[in-house]
Ligand binder design. Structure first.
Ligand SMILES: [Zn+2]
Length: 269
């Protein structure tokens, strides 16, 4: 098999056995965005401990399996409506942004699509702008069409469409992929056994939209998910006759090209 990059995986919720199989399957580098832990937080301290855990502990744990690990920091969309906690957490986040493993703000964006989420999304885009950082934007699981439209209008208001090369929009489907690529942003396709794309759907999307700026990820987390989604898609693409070059783009090089724009991203193929 080849060499792979999983640009969206929540190792916080995975076991060391997963690191073992990922490493054997050829995954060499991963990015772990901030996610919702599965239950509501009650204090700023839990955000800080979580960010520190990812930056320190997960980086070390993955290193033992020869996997290079990077982190995106955010107050997740699901957590943005709890006030004043979300705003206090955002303030606390500033002291972690310059840490060595931190390569982007993310995931940010909409979940239910409401004004409170909107406020926190915009505040976090402002941080990315001010610090000249990459941004990983999450599309909602329902109402994706409205999600991408609102995301577009926010990016437009902030004059961020000129910076589209520094923005990754994730969890695309057939409904959103054209719009994401039209904006000039990088596009994530999440291959996840039940609720998101199957390998076949992801490959269909790639067939229709080409391999430029598209990257496959697993978004593996607490749910029924597969930390080997990236190598799995590579294998299925190979069976369908895609060239090695095209396969490498969506399973390694595009993610590399996006993240290497961060000065903290040191891995290279
Ligand atoms: Zn995620």
């Amino acid at each position: 098999m080849g060499r792979f990059f999983d640009p969206h995986i929540h190792m916080y919720s995975r076991t060391t056995d997963d690191y073992e199989i990922m490493s054997k399957a050829g995954i060499e580098v991963i990015v772990q965005p901030s996610f919702w832990l599965g239950s509501p937080r009650t204090s700023v301290g839990t955000f800080e401990d979580y960010w520190e855990h990812m930056i320190s502990f997960e980086t070390q744990r993955s290193k033992e399996f020869a996997i290079d690990h990077y982190v995106c920091l955010s107050v997740n969309p699901k957590e943005s409506t709890e006030r004043p906690l979300a705003l206090d957490a955002l303030e606390a986040m500033s002291k972690y942004l310059d840490r060595q493993r931190v390569v982007a703000i993310g995931e940010i964006g909409y979940n239910l699509i409401n004004d409170l989420e909107d406020e926190l999304f915009q505040l976090q885009l402002d941080i990315a702008l001010k610090k000249d950082m990459l941004a990983m934007i999450h599309l909602p699981h329902v109402n994706k069409k409205e999600g991408i439209e609102r995301t577009k209008s926010v990016l437009k208001t902030k004059n961020m469409l000129e910076l589209s090369n520094k923005i990754l929009i994730d969890h695309n489907t057939e409904e959103t992929i054209e719009k994401t690529l039209e904006l000039g942003c990088w596009a994530g396709l999440t291959v996840y056994p039940v609720t998101k794309l199957s390998p076949a759907r992801a490959i269909d999307i790639i067939e229709k939209n080409g391999v430029e700026k598209i990257m496959i990820n697993s978004s593996a987390d607490w749910g029924v998910s597969d930390p080997l989604s990236v190598p799995l898609v590579a294998r299925e693409m190979k069976k369908k006759g895609f060239s090695n070059n095209d396969i490498e783009k969506v399973t390694l090089y595009n993610a590399y090209k996006f993240f290497k724009q961060s000065p903290n991203f040191r891995w290279s193929p």
